[in-house]
Unconditional design. Structure first.
Length: 339
């Protein structure tokens, strides 16, 4: 199974955004050297914990810092933007790094209602407009038309407008999602599909969604065969216990998030500290159960199970406290993928 990485530039206690982005660059360069298939960036707004608010700018920077790995977005939150501008951004990147650009798009807001208002040009709560999620399929179609240079005759600008620059190798669009609606959209448009297990870890729903995608897939000019990436939090180390230890930081952040606290990654020795009720301890166990955690052998078995669900590629989200732990996790995951 191929392995890739999703990086959110999730900040640690006391870390600046500059330091966080330097860590993302380091991770991308390491993924490139290790032979990872792709390296994606997420989009989050108005956050003190996640610095990645503009994945397309960061992607362009990483294309210049790496050699062969595919760089992309996981993803651009398309309902905020004009498909025409998104297409041009990624066509520029494709001209700079032919054959290495992925354009993952989703319909999540990437933040709370306040940044959504601001992204729409609003300046006050009274400027809030309903987010047009139902227009997402239509926006995907328009994006594909600009990427393919095939505006339909019904389009008012057909024959007059094109997305520039013209490129030899176009960016590869992906649909991101967590359920049947996104899977069907990807299948019907003939696009590769990325399922966010770190958002929806329900195994039966994941199996159903992937099966639905594969069953309904129709080839397109972008993709001839169905292709599924599963994005999951992954923590790998020399032993299962070591992997569980470095995963504590992420579990601590999620435990706080359930209580409305947007915390940064903290040292595992300080994470989840203090007395907890049995109910809270069970909550932590439930959080950890949604991660892939373990040694090379344990992770390898998990990857075999995912292959049985129809997953072609595992994309690891590895928010850990120390750079050393991240480097080790990435190396162990790559070894596990080799069998």
């Amino acid at each position: 199974m191929e392995v890739s990485m999703l990086d959110q530039t999730q900040l640690t206690e006391g870390q600046t955004a500059e330091e966080g982005f330097a860590g993302t660059v380091e991770a991308a360069r390491l993924a490139d050297r290790l032979g990872y298939r792709r390296f994606w960036l997420s989009e989050h707004h108005s956050s003190d914990t996640i610095a990645g608010s503009s994945p397309e700018i960061l992607a362009a920077h990483l294309l210049a810092k790496t050699e062969t790995i595919r760089i992309g977005t996981g993803g651009v939150m398309l309902t905020h933007y004009a498909p025409y501008k998104v297409a041009e951004n990624f066509r520029v990147m494709s001209a700079l790094a032919p054959g290495r650009v992925d354009l993952g798009v989703g319909k999540a807001p990437g933040g709370t209602h306040l940044p959504t208002i601001a992204l729409q040009g609003g300046r006050a709560l009274t400027d809030a407009k309903p987010r047009q999620k139902e227009l997402f399929p239509e926006m995907v179609d328009e994006l594909m038309e600009y990427l393919e240079e095939k505006l339909p005759e019904s389009h008012p600008m057909s024959g007059y407008l094109e997305a520039s620059p013209a490129v030899v190798q176009k960016p590869l669009p992906w649909i991101l999602g967590t359920g049947p609606a996104s899977a069907l959209l990807a299948a019907e448009r003939g696009l590769p599909y990325a399922f966010a297990r770190f958002i929806n870890a329900e195994r039966d729903e994941m199996r159903e969604t992937i099966g639905l995608y594969r069953k309904n897939f129709r080839p397109s000019s972008f993709t001839e065969n169905p292709y599924v990436v599963l994005a999951s939090r992954v923590f790998a180390a020399g032993t299962d216990d070591e992997a569980e230890w470095i995963a504590r930081s992420a579990a601590h952040v999620q435990f706080g998030f359930h209580r409305g606290i947007q915390g940064r990654l903290t040292d595992p020795s300080e994470a989840l500290a203090g007395s907890m009720t049995e109910k809270e301890k069970q909550e932590v166990r439930d959080i950890l159960s949604t991660y892939l955690i373990g040694s090379k052998e344990t992770i390898g078995r998990e990857m075999d199970n995912l292959s049985g669900l129809g997953v072609d590629e595992l994309m690891a989200l590895t928010p850990v406290f120390s750079p050393e732990s991240k480097r080790l996790s990435m190396a162990v995951l790559k070894e596990a993928a080799k069998g």
